[in-house]
Design a protein around this ligand. Structure first.
Ligand SMILES: NC(=O)C1=CN([C@@H]2O[C@H](COP(=O)(O)OP(=O)(O)OC[C@H]3O[C@@H](n4cnc5c(N)ncnc54)[C@H](OP(=O)(O)O)[C@@H]3O)[C@@H](O)[C@H]2O)C=CC1
Ligand SMILES: N[C@@H](CC=O)C(=O)O
Length: 351
């Protein structure tokens, strides 16, 4: 006997649409394996909101988005609702948030997450803006205030897909390194720059390399976030807050992107058996705080992340008692992030 979980999904681009495609591809997986059906009752894109408390027609939404149209073209379109009103008034169990990362004011994601949490609804984020700009506020509204205790009466807040997609950066750091003192973390968590630097090392020019990453569906709506290092810095800020317990903002991170990396530098690194990757780094200082930086970094052949495959992301974390931990993840475009959103959702439902 399986039960229903009703969700609203905000953002129907690479992530939101792929998430729906993943559900439609194997609709029995959740009831069969986890005992519940996920019913999507509301969705939103830049054209507005579609809502049906009985469950939306997912193939119709996917079709509209593949045809580059908006939900305004659907029979379930609700011109009387905007996305915040949807989150404020609809009956649902959980918010899935995948609107663009906006570093100016975090909107609309920030108000969506605030609204859901204030109503006692759990939230799963792929977007990073709300976490980068308001981590402490959102933590206080959620089960992070109770150190993620399963007995917390506050709604769950999860975002494992926001820091490297399926790569379990947050979960590993928090859960599996519990009790260890992290001394240094090196995170290669921006897929776009991995693709661009590899393509350029193979002879492509910058524009062609960026176009290839865009074809894969992993580039931010504003590509300068990736290229200039801000996406990696966002992920490092979230990691610092969530794993290192260091309240941090972008102002605490020294950021250098990949625009100045030359083909000659790339060739030299690859010929030596290593590579250049954009590395987000946290290094514990004598006063106990972490120095945070993002920069293109030569990884020599001995480095644990030098052997990442094309487009692969990974991290290495050094701690006093667990030693050196290395994990990598080779994902199929946005699908890995969708799996991460699903694992967060499953964790919440099973609490
Ligand atoms: N792509 C990836 O691999 C990953 C992305 N992320 C994060 O996930 C989020 C989504 O990324 P991605 O799917 O690639 O981005 P896209 O640009 O492909 O999709 C963004 C979606 O948000 C919609 N949107 C824009 N403004 C609004 C608004 N005001 N209200 C409601 N919907 C709105 C867009 O509408 P419309 O369709 O009409 O344009 C679109 O459907 C970003 O925050 C990104 O940082 C995280 C991990 C991986
Ligand atoms: N633009 C990001 C997408 C996921 O966060 C990347 O390239 O890694």
């Amino acid at each position: 006997m399986s039960y229903l979980i009703d969700a609203i999904l905000t953002g129907l681009g690479n992530i939101g649409r792929t998430f729906l495609e993943m559900l439609v591809a194997d609709p029995d997986r959740l009831p069969r394996r986890y005992g519940f059906h996920l019913r999507i009752v509301g969705v939103a894109d830049s054209s507005g909101v579609a809502f049906d408390p009985g469950g939306l027609d997912l193939p119709a939404i996917i079709d509209v988005k593949r045809r580059k149209l908006g939900v305004a073209a659907l029979p379930s379109f609700r011109p009387d609702l905007d996305v915040i009103t949807l989150a404020e008034t609809a009956a649902y169990d959980l918010l899935l948030e995948a609107t663009p990362t906006n570093l100016r004011d975090g909107q609309p994601g920030l108000d969506l997450v605030r609204t859901a949490l204030r109503r006692g609804k759990p939230a799963v984020l792929a977007s990073k803006g709300p976490l980068v700009l308001a981590f402490a506020e959102l933590a206080a509204l959620s089960d992070w205030a109770d150190d993620l205790s399963p007995r917390s009466s506050r709604p769950a807040l999860r975002f494992s897909g926001a820091v490297g997609g399926a790569l379990p950066t947050i979960n590993f750091g928090r859960r599996d390194l519990a009790g260890a003192q992290i001394e240094r973390a090196e995170l290669v968590v921006n897929g776009t720059t991995q693709v661009i630097l590899e393509q350029m090392a193979a002879g492509a020019d910058f524009a062609a390399a960026l176009a290839e990453a865009q074809r894969q569906g992993i580039v931010e709506p504003d590509p300068s976030l990736d290229v200039d290092g801000w996406d990696a810095a966002n992920k490092l800020v979230i990691f610092a807050n969530a794993v290192l317990n260091q309240p941090a903002t972008l102002a605490d991170v020294t950021v250098r992107g990949i625009r100045d990396v030359t083909a000659a530098e790339l060739a030299t690194a690859w010929q030596a058996g290593g590579r250049i990757s954009l590395v987000a780094r946290a290094e514990r200082q004598p006063d106990g705080r972490y120095a945070l930086s993002v920069a293109p970094t030569v990884l020599g052949p001995e480095h644990p992340l030098a052997r990442l495959a094309h487009g692969e992301m990974g991290f290495v974390i050094y701690s006093d008692s667990a030693g050196r931990s290395t994990i990598s993840s080779l994902e199929d475009g946005p699908l890995g992030t969708c799996q991460a959103m699903l694992r967060d959702l499953i964790e919440i439902v099973r609490r």
